[in-house]
Write a protein that binds this ligand. Structure first.
Ligand SMILES: [Zn+2]
Length: 285
């Protein structure tokens, strides 16, 4: 039980805090530090940075403007970003930031508290600089299709077989997911493949919403994704719903309709323990 809860938490629950006041403080801090000519003087001294996660409200946003709120060698934190920071099993986006006429490649993005840090191929950006960010859309869209495929898979497995997820991982167009099953077979994998592709064909709408904590806790479907493990300080919960199939607390990026996923193939099945069985999937057009 402990392992199961821990991995579900790792894989498919992510949270968000939407606190405009703190973004205001970001801007105030930039203003003050720029005005004093002491860029970054608050670095590491109780500064308040909350990166607005633009991909939480619009997964299809490909370009954005932002301001550098912290810089440390080849990595920068922005006040807002559309570049996904790896978490919940979904890998980081790649892309570029253009500032002061120079193009920097984003090679990794990580969350650190409420900040998103973009790791660049070069140093050079400073606190207060404005940048134009562009998401590597080809990669991101593949990850969106793959992540939604995983939600279809765990939705179908829970609905039809009553089994919960114990873990998972994804890369563009390929993923694996582990379930609390005591048996697994090629016939079963084949049956699951038919059922998940039926959900793609059903063209179900996929919605992401950010709800106040109390409201999220009133949704019975969220209980199975261990929403009760959310730390008390989390005020808002982002939920992703595949209408009529799946609903879970989730921080990832998803396509807007299951038909965008494409064809899902179950390419492997294996035992990872007495009550832990793995399915591998690949996504095609
Ligand atoms: Zn997810």
């Amino acid at each position: 039980m402990f392992v199961s809860e821990r991995v579900v938490a790792l894989f498919c629950y992510a949270t968000t805090r939407v606190v405009p006041r703190e973004n205001f403080l970001n801007r105030l801090w930039i203003h003050l530090s720029s005005r004093n000519g002491a860029r970054g003087f608050l670095f590491g001294q109780g500064r308040i940075i909350v990166t607005e996660l633009l991909f939480h409200t619009d997964a299809y946003l490909k370009e954005f403007d932002a301001q550098v709120v912290a810089a440390e060698g080849e990595r920068v934190a922005l006040d807002r970003t559309a570049l996904y920071a790896r978490s919940g099993g979904q890998p980081s986006d790649f892309g570029i930031l253009v500032g002061n006429g120079v193009t920097f490649r984003v090679v990794d993005s990580k969350k650190q508290g409420d900040e998103v840090w973009h790791h660049l191929d070069n140093a050079g950006l400073q606190v207060g600089d404005t940048v134009r960010g562009v998401v590597d859309w080809e990669r991101r869209y593949k990850l969106m299709r793959t992540h939604t495929a995983l939600h279809i898979l765990c939705g179908v497995i829970f609905r039809d077989y009553g089994a919960s997820v114990t873990g998972g991982a994804m890369e563009p167009l390929a993923a694996r997911m582990d379930f609390e099953f005591d048996r697994m077979s090629a016939e079963f994998a084949h049956e699951v493949e038919g059922r998940i592709n039926a959900e793609v064909a059903a063209a179900r709408e996929v919605r992401a919403k950010i709800l106040p904590r109390a409201e999220a806790f009133e949704i019975p479907d969220l209980i199975r994704t261990k929403i009760n493990l959310l730390p008390p300080g989390i005020e808002h919960v982002r939920v992703v719903e595949i209408v009529g199939l799946d609903l879970q607390a989730d921080g990832g990026t998803h396509v807007a309709n299951t038909r965008e996923v494409g064809t899902i193939r179950v390419v492997g099945h294996e035992s990872k323990g007495k009550i832990n069985k793995r399915l591998r999937i690949e996504i095609g057009d």
